[in-house]
Design a protein around this ligand. Structure first.
Ligand SMILES: *Cc1c(COP(=O)(O)O)cnc(C)c1O
Length: 346
């Protein structure tokens, strides 16, 4: 039998294990558009509690949550301030322009920005030429910057400045669980400064799908319509909610292992002169490294690694992303790092 691939392309590649599937099979369900799915209702209460908000709403995907957030908190023609290389700008197929008609202003560096940078980029309402900034969106952890945890003290300052200007605040927390584990904070503490928050169950937690909004009762009530307008209102989705509840109970505690495995890979990779990264910057489950000019380009490295059953992702011409998750062990991560080093030799 050929050895199974070590799949580090994303933390979305996990498959539900037997226990998760059993929880899904046993889920009580109902029509969620009548708010009659008991497992969805239980999940929403659980998430509202975990994030310290009044209410929560299940969403089919994180992308749809981000799109619905724009519909809830902006008007067409508005300006939305985000970090550079944010998911909203790079990974949503241009949806924000098409669905919400907003423009993005990308600021900062390395996935984060300061309150001063936010204030400098913020455009006032009622100006004859400026597009009004009505929303600031923060991604925590930040995917394309390498699983970066946004400093919470700066988030508090940014959200204070936003509130003082009547600018809404939204947290794209697809990997908020990772940020909480890495920073030793609770998800509720990290969510506290924001009007609206989304979290995902299908990344590090290992569920097959689903995200969730949390916010004020008033905002979540409006989100029900925004979800319907995007075609995301579903029926017996308690099957997904059961997977999410199972993941919260059983997989949340394993995120720290993913972080340790990413760090271990970074320590092995950095020993190679053609691999450029800072292991100290690897705090969660995403590892991004550059290949030195005299090394292979990223597509070549991806192809050669694939031949040795190590799957990774080219993020740029000379940039690679590897993501650790539930379905890769420490041993597999170490083997994968060894394979990548041997390819960098060539
Ligand atoms: C994955 C991801 C999303 C979108 O989630 P999907 O469920 O894949 O649509 C949004 N934001 C960030 C930061 C993500 O990593």
């Amino acid at each position: 039998m050929p050895e199974a691939a070590i799949d580090l392309r994303s933390d979305t590649v996990t498959r539900p294990d037997d226990a998760m599937r059993a929880a899904m099979a046993a889920a009580e369900v109902g029509d969620d558009q009548f708010a009659e799915d008991p497992t969805i209702n239980a999940l929403q209460e659980r998430i509202a509690g975990l994030l310290g908000k009044e209410a929560a709403l299940w969403m089919p995907t994180g992308t749809m949550a981000n799109q619905a957030a724009l519909r809830l908190l902006t008007q067409p023609g508005d300006d939305v301030i985000v970090s550079r290389q944010s998911h909203a700008v790079w990974h949503e197929a241009g949806a924000s322009a098409a669905n919400a008609g907003v423009q993005f202003t990308e600021i900062g560096a390395g996935g984060v920005f300061t309150a001063d940078e936010f204030v400098a980029a913020c455009k006032p309402r009622g100006h004859v030429v400026y597009p009004p900034t009505t929303l600031v969106e923060i991604e925590n952890t930040h995917n394309r910057a390498g699983g970066v945890v946004f400093p919470q003290a700066e988030i508090i300052r940014i959200c204070d400045e936003a509130r003082a200007r009547g600018v809404a605040t939204y947290l794209d927390g697809a990997r908020l669980w990772n940020a909480a584990v890495a920073s030793g904070s609770t998800p509720a503490d990290l969510a506290a400064p924001f009007d609206l928050v989304s979290v995902a169950f299908s990344k590090g937690l290992g569920a097959p799908g689903g995200s969730c909004f949390a916010g004020s009762r008033e905002l979540i009530a409006r989100a029900v319509r925004a979800r319907r307008m995007l075609g995301g209102a579903m029926r017996q989705v308690g099957i997904f909610a059961a997977a999410a509840l199972h993941a919260i109970d059983h997989n949340m505690g394993k995120l720290a292992e993913d972080h340790a495995n990413a760090k271990r890979m970074a320590e092995i990779l950095v020993e190679h002169p053609r691999i450029v990264l800072d292991p100290a910057a690897v705090r969660t489950n995403i590892l991004i490294f550059a290949i030195a000019p005299d090394g292979p380009d990223a597509p070549t490295m991806v192809a050669k690694a694939g031949e040795q059953r190590v799957l990774i992702f080219a993020f740029g011409p000379k940039t690679i992303r590897a993501v650790t998750h539930l379905d890769v062990s420490q041993n597999q991560c170490e083997r994968a790092a060894g394979v990548l080093r041997s390819i960098a030799d060539a």
